[in-house]
Ligand binder design. Sequence first.
Ligand code: C2O
Ligand code: CU
Length: 485
Amino acid sequence: MKFKFRKSLFLVIIISAFMVFAACKEKLKRSPKTIRAVYETIVVNGKKARVFNLVQPGGRRGFSGKKGDYFNVILKNDTDVPISIHWHGLILPNDQDGVPYVTQLPIKPGETRHYFYKLKQAGTYWMHSHYKFHEQKLMSAPFIIKDPNDPYKKDKNIVVMLQGFTFADPEEIFQHLRHPETADIFSSPAMHMKDLNDVTFDAMLANRHTLQNPKIYKVKPGQTVRLRMINAASASNFWVDTGSLEGRAIAVDGNDIQPIKDRKFQIAIAQRMDIEVIIPKEGGAFPILAQAEGTRQRAGVILATRGAAVPRLSELADTVAPALNDDQELRLHPLKKTLPDRPVTTVLNYSLEGSMKNYIWTMNKQAWPLIDPLKIKEGDRVEMIYTNNTNMSHPMHFHGHVFQVTSIDGKPISDGPMRDTILVLPHSTKKIIYDADNPGIWMNHCHVLYHMAAGMMTTTNYENYKAPVFYKKLIHGWLKESEAP
Ligand code: C2O
Ligand code: CU
């Protein structure tokens, strides 16, 4: 009798705790923030351009929140095209990831969608359109998550988002890449090295400004500044140059690393790097520049103490920046051990192929969306091997997980960085591992927007995860014209 009573009391406690939890969650949900997809006009090289942006009321770009809090946001589409926004680098439930016709249907003009998920991580992330070529038209913004226990929390934070800009219509650029015989206006061979860039840009932007009119941030002598660098370019890998200041990289892709010191850092497309710099006691103006590989084009911000003379910098560097390489990657190690030691249970091979001639890019010889997804099971320790058989590098991104780099070109690295995007250099191989603990249909693709559009994209699927009907239609080519991406 006594035992039974205890048992039911226990049950009552459990049930009421659950109800309180559910009620709290409902209450939380009631006061969401709003992020709007909007048009805005920016000025590049003296000319006006109509681009997108993702803003909160009051004009703040993107989102910033605290680890452990909920991302509770109404996304409103105030443009006149359908949109779909992906929260890059976040570990979230699959159905919260805005990938059109894979996890969600696009949000129509004037409509809203409520996002609600826990912020499990801290660090520098970003959000961007995963639909058509909107990302090239700057539909992207920072997504910053602060950690109350951050060892660097006293730093002044400056978010620097890098983007490539073109006045051209990206759909047209893409058509010209596919049919090079018609490419006249877009080929300017003097501007770039072949195989490093297949698209020529009109400018590089840092926080939506060129170096003609760069953003200037007030800093104090002696201050430690944390630069949260985000490579949001659609097709440009960057070399970040901290100039006269020594930089100390403390995180990559949102994950803390054992700090490395340098003045030049590599940030591939879609990657992030947090770099600390210390403003000298004498003060002054300190440009932080980012130059696109294979070009002379650069963008940047200027950190300036009070009264400092701000130099005028050319948007073109004196020399062409070389290709990114693996030197930096080999120096990166996580600050804390993050993946437990255990054997790999599933190995997935992804070969990257492409042809510049008709501009078809593939993974395992399949071009998105007509793919045959590889499968993993919940509980697996997965190894993915990316083998690049092309002359271009590909920044490969896997959604919904954080992985560890374990081998570069057949050379095992014992303590590689935790990331969500890796640059796989031409004719080279990278291996990564992660634990399959987030069931869903997850995008796995090259982050060069034009390569994605040309097919270098697939999904990696959890066994027994119920895929949405639109996804099944999409990969079988059954999605009707009217509903297709
Ligand atoms: Cu940042 Cu699937 O992308
Ligand atoms: Cu690519």
